[in-house]
Design a protein around this ligand. Structure first.
Ligand SMILES: Cc1cc2nc3c(=O)[nH]c(=O)nc-3n(C[C@H](O)[C@H](O)[C@H](O)COP(=O)(O)OP(=O)(O)OC[C@H]3O[C@@H](n4cnc5c(N)ncnc54)[C@H](O)[C@@H]3O)c2cc1C
Length: 334
């Protein structure tokens, strides 16, 4: 028997629409410009109805908690979709976990542990939502979403609600074939039977290891670059002398040099330009071209000069106000 869907049947048009909403208020880096339009649907069907009526030329960008995102300083044109708490429920039935795409990885891992389902522990260490994890094929410790995903419910850009198999999602390393503008609203995961105490101990081990090796309490975007075939990105970055490198208030983390940090008042342009500088230095030192894992979205501020390296924009020293909210605690609910 399958887990009953969390998505209620189509109701009225329940959707909050806000013009010029801040994304820096919740994106992990705490930088970047606003969304031209931010929408928060009550249900998948409300989202589908909204997208059906939206001009097909308007770009749509789903966001989770921005733990793998640089939002450029000029903001995001079109529509940004953020799922509400109501779309973050997690239920378990018959050895499968069904999660709203707004749920955090830790909630999914914890529900699986409580139900004695092993194999989802790695989600404990990924401080993003289910939607972001499916889109990014997030993973750690030799496992990723493609190993546990049964199916995902997707609202397409033209407003249909569809069930996509893992095969259809075309997962490869930190990649899915989800088309631009498609929003994951639910996912079903499976694992293998396990002892809750053993699963819990593994989750604790993961949490402790993360605490020791990653700058979890910093304004960061997680791993900046994908590990190139046969290499570790951090080792290439270290060997190229980039550990601790700064540009304005952006820094290559001393603790884990595949992480970039906003030390306080960095702009997104500074963070991105620092990333491009790291790519140049690694290419010059080892001949390897690093590929961005962090998703870079939105527009550069027109007032900022463009620098010749890659797509990076050069910051011209515009200072940012102190960030509005306390930092998220990695692994916790955000
Ligand atoms: C401290 C730290 C540690 C991390 N460790 C890991 C790790 O071990 N392994 C790993 O893989 N990642 C890791 N990350 C990166 C990040 O947590 C994952 O990529 C996560 O899956 C992103 O989820 P999010 O909700 O924050 O997505 P966002 O950063 O908001 O978005 C990322 C991408 O997903 C898309 N997206 C978001 N929600 C949806 C949705 N509902 N439907 C469709 N697309 C959507 C966005 O458009 C964007 O392209 C880490 C990040 C941090 C800050």
């Amino acid at each position: 028997m399958s887990v009953p869907p969390l998505t209620p049947p189509a109701s009225g048009r329940g959707i909050k629409v806000e013009a010029g909403a801040s994304l820096a208020a919740f994106i992990w880096f705490r930088t970047g410009g606003p969304a031209k339009t931010l929408v928060r649907p009550d249900t998948a069907h409300d989202l589908a109805a909204y997208l059906r009526d939206l001009d097909p030329s308007t770009p749509v960008l789903p966001v989770g908690v921005g733990s793998n995102l640089i939002v450029r300083d000029g903001g995001v044109p079109g529509v940004v979709v953020r799922l509400p708490k109501a779309m973050a429920k997690v239920t378990v039935q018959d050895g499968r976990v069904r999660a709203g795409a707004g749920a955090m990885g830790i909630s999914v891992a914890s529900a699986a542990r409580d139900a004695g389902i092993a194999g989802l522990e790695f989600l404990r260490g990924i401080p993003g939502t289910v939607g972001g994890a499916v889109r990014m094929n997030a993973g750690a410790y030799g496992r990723d979403v493609s190993d546990i995903l049964v199916e995902a419910t997707v609202v397409t850009r033209d407003g249909s609600v569809e069930t996509w198999s893992a095969e259809k999602l075309g997962f490869t390393y930190r990649h899915s074939d989800l088309p631009a503008g498609a929003v994951v609203v639910e996912a079903v995961f499976s694992g293998t039977p396990g002892e809750p105490a053993v699963i819990g101990a593994e989750m604790d081990r993961i949490a402790a290891e993360r605490e020791a090796s990653q700058p979890l309490r910093s304004r960061t975007g997680g791993s900046t670059f994908k590990n190139p075939e046969g290499h570790k990105a951090w080792a290439l970055i270290d060997a190229a002398g980039c550990r601790g490198l700064t540009r304005g208030d952006a820094q290559v983390s001393e603790k884990h040099c595949n992480f970039l940090l906003n030390l306080g008042s960095a702009s997104s342009a500074e963070i991105e330009a620092l990333g491009e500088e790291v790519r140049d230095r690694v290419k010059a030192h080892s001949g390897v071209t690093l590929e961005w894992e962090i998703q870079r979205v939105g527009e550069y501020l027109p007032s900022r000069l463009r620098e010749g390296s890659g797509e990076g924009g050069l910051d011209t020293g515009i200072s940012h106000q102190p960030l509005p909210r306390p930092l998220p605690q990695a692994g916790g609910e955000q």
